[in-house]
Design a protein around this ligand. Structure first.
Ligand code: C2O
Ligand code: CU
Ligand code: CU
Length: 589
């Protein structure tokens, strides 16, 4: 382990580039961006909306010229249908697995949670960003197979309960089965879940047909239209053949937005609200609009700027004008207003210059490998009689985001993000603690155990050369900022077993977060060479959220890293008086 960490700087991950697979050449901007359908409740349960959501394998046309692709979709749709909920109204969802016997993509049985005794096709749906009871969180070991015939070690209930006691925001649901999350999500298992409060309705934001969810993903296709995903190490005389060059990341070469490859979106010359989600396996997006000449395929001057009004967990206090680029790490959401009114009759390219997180600070090295510069095209129509008058506006003040006070923190946890090797000598990524600075596996006993109702600061000490988007289940946290530290010294001390308090390694002041990261976040990019500090309150906070206790995961949201053990359980402990739960009313009866 020590050696692998030592060699880290000489061993910059090479992506899974040498798989030599490129998608067939596809004409760009031919299909319109589809809008995911909105799911209708299947009925009421104890006076609440009740949904049943079936996962099925289907064929779906992802591009005009590509043969239909076999995907896995919630309700047979990729991306899944959007679940629309109201703030303060809890809902029930029964997630059902009607997938075939065999996995669509190559399963690597050497990863934790997999193996000959574990069914390959197993699913569990996690509602990302939700303040939720642990039994309904959809943790990695709560998986189940078709008709719940087999279930994982922490499976507790078939019908999940979502409290919706958090600010209005865009959540998303996606698969989370241990050791195969990357494959299940890549196969198509992801969709939006919106929580809307009364307050949101009063804001006069663009709505109806002028509010559009956009999930950005990257995929690579085989010539027959099927999804390509590299297979794990091959067997060698019955033993897995360890290939240390196989690094756990995947980047597709084709932009797919809402399930269409290289799509275009026809818009009126007015304001739109886009609910954006970076939903690729490993890819970061760093986005900006440019004027674009379709005939000559040339990029011109910058297009309209984006105004960000919300982050992962809700509205920002004030709108933030994105002066240059919008950085979206894996699983980040951004609520964005774009005003197309000055671009009548023009085409605008949504351009990305964040090819991978492996460029030091995400998005800062344009020469990095695996770029995906073109995401989608906006086609701004000329004003015509059918265009409705734009009565929407961007309010100066959007919401109150109460600050979590660092002076109230009862604990500051030092949590190194480290590289290690697995038993086959392949790179794996781990999360550690001050006592275990070389990292712990998913199965190691719980080390992070905040008490419900308390505030903690978590120091994400990135000792690797990559940016890791770190996600905590259950809570929406706030970003205090990041501090540069002496990685080499820290790593040297870590390996010699004499690591001191992190403050000994600081080489600079705390840099405050960017304006658009000053709201509620559940996933944050921890850059190499920095300690990224987040603060979380584990429980009800100023009229928002609920108290929940129990076990939840926290992990890197690069799905390949997550599947390679960059994930740990944490536990919210009950108050001493034990009277801390807001139980699911169904179970309580
Ligand atoms: Cu979006 Cu633990 O996941
Ligand atoms: Cu999550
Ligand atoms: Cu990572």
């Amino acid at each position: 382990l020590a050696e692998a960490s030592n060699g880290a700087l000489g061993n910059v991950p090479t992506q899974v580039a040498d798989v030599n697979q490129t998608s067939p050449e596809l004409e760009k901007w031919v299909d319109e961006v589809p809008r995911p359908s909105v799911l209708k409740p299947d009925g009421r349960k104890k006076g609440k909306s009740y949904y049943e959501v079936d996962m099925r394998q289907v064929e779906q046309q992802l591009h005009r010229d590509l043969p239909p692709t076999t995907v896995w979709g919630y309700e047979g749709q990729y991306p899944g249908p959007t679940i629309e909920t109201k703030r303060g109204e809890d809902v029930y969802v029964k997630w059902k697995n009607n997938l075939p016997e065999e996995h669509l993509l190559p399963v690597d049985e050497t990863l934790h949670g997999t193996g000959p005794d574990v069914p390959d096709v197993r699913t569990v749906t996690h509602l990302h960003g939700a303040n939720v009871e642990p039994e309904s969180d959809g943790g990695p070991e709560a998986w189940f197979t078709q008709n719940f015939e087999e279930v994982g070690p922490t499976f507790e209930k078939k019908t999940y309960w979502y409290a919706n006691e958090q600010p209005s925001t865009s959540l998303w649901y996606h698969d989370h089965a241990l050791g195969i999350t990357r494959l299940n999500v890549y196969a198509g298992l992801a969709g939006f879940y919106f929580i809307r409060g009364k307050h949101e309705r009063a804001l006069d934001l663009p709505k109806g047909e002028y509010e559009i969810p956009l999930v950005f993903q990257d995929r690579t296709f085989n010539d027959d239209g099927s999804l390509f995903y590299p297979s794990g190490p091959e067997e060698d005389e019955g033993e897995p053949n360890p290939d240390p060059s196989v690094v756990p990341e995947f980047f597709g070469d084709t932009s797919v937005v809402n399930g269409k490859a290289w799509p275009r979106l026809t818009v009126e010359p007015r304001k739109y609200r886009f609910r954006m989600l970076a939903g690729g396996n490993s890819r970061f997006f760093n986005l900006k609009l440019f004027q674009y000449d379709e005939e000559t395929q040339t990029i011109g001057d910058p297009g309209p700027t984006m105004t960000q009004i919300g982050s992962d967990g809700g509205f920002l206090e004030k709108p933030v004008e994105i002066s240059d680029r919008l950085l979206l790490g894996p699983a980040f959401r951004a609520d964005i207003i774009i005003d197309f009114s000055k671009y009548e009759g023009q085409s605008l390219l949504l351009h990305n210059n964040a090819p991978s997180p492996f460029s030091g600070v995400a998005g800062e090295d344009p020469d990095d490998v695996q770029p995906l510069p073109e995401i989608m095209l906006f086609d701004v129509q000329e004003k015509n009689k059918r265009c409705k008058r734009d009565r929407s506006r961007i309010p100066k003040r959007l919401a109150r985001v109460p600050e979590i006070n660092p002076d109230k923190a009862v604990e500051e946890r030092e949590l190194p993000l480290v590289e290690g090797v697995d038993e086959y000598d392949r790179l794996k990524l781990l999360l550690g603690t001050r006592e275990h600075p070389n990292g712990l596996n998913w199965d190691a006993p719980i080390t992070e155990d905040p008490k419900v109702g308390t505030t903690e600061i978590w120091d994400l000490i990135n000792t690797t050369v990559d940016t890791h988007p770190i996600h905590l289940h259950l809570v929406q946290f706030q970003v205090l900022g990041r501090r540069p530290f002496d990685v080499d010294q820290y790593n040297a001390d870590r390996e010699s077993g004499s690591v001191g308090p992190i403050s000994d390694y600081y080489t600079g002041e705390l840099e405050p977060p960017a304006a658009n990261n000053r709201g509620w976040k559940d996933t944050i990019d921890a850059d190499p060479g920095y300690v990224t500090q987040v603060i979380a309150h584990f429980g009800k906070f100023k009229g928002l959220f609920k108290d929940f206790t129990g076990e939840y995961p926290w992990h890197c949201h690069i799905l390949e890293h997550e599947d390679h053990e960059m994930m740990r359980p944490y536990e919210v402990l009950p108050r001493e008086d034990g009277n801390n739960l807001f139980p699911d009313p169904l179970v309580a009866k």
